[in-house]
Design a protein around this ligand. Structure first.
Ligand code: ZN
Length: 50
């Protein structure tokens, strides 16, 4: 499946079909797992092609 991924430093891999989706997934992961607010700019900098 084509899409975008963000690899969290903790080892979790967030996936989405679009940059918007993977950024949202990473922000939700950071908030729930790490109690951290990830900005859109920070998340976008971590986006890689899947
Ligand atoms: Zn993580």
């Amino acid at each position: 499946m084509e899409g975008r991924i963000i690899e969290c430093p903790c080892g979790a891999v967030l996936r989405g079909g679009t940059t918007d989706e993977v950024v949202a997934a990473a922000q939700a992961h950071a908030r729930t797992v790490h109690d951290m607010d990830l900005t859109r700019d920070q998340a976008e900098a971590m986006v890689r092609p899947a």
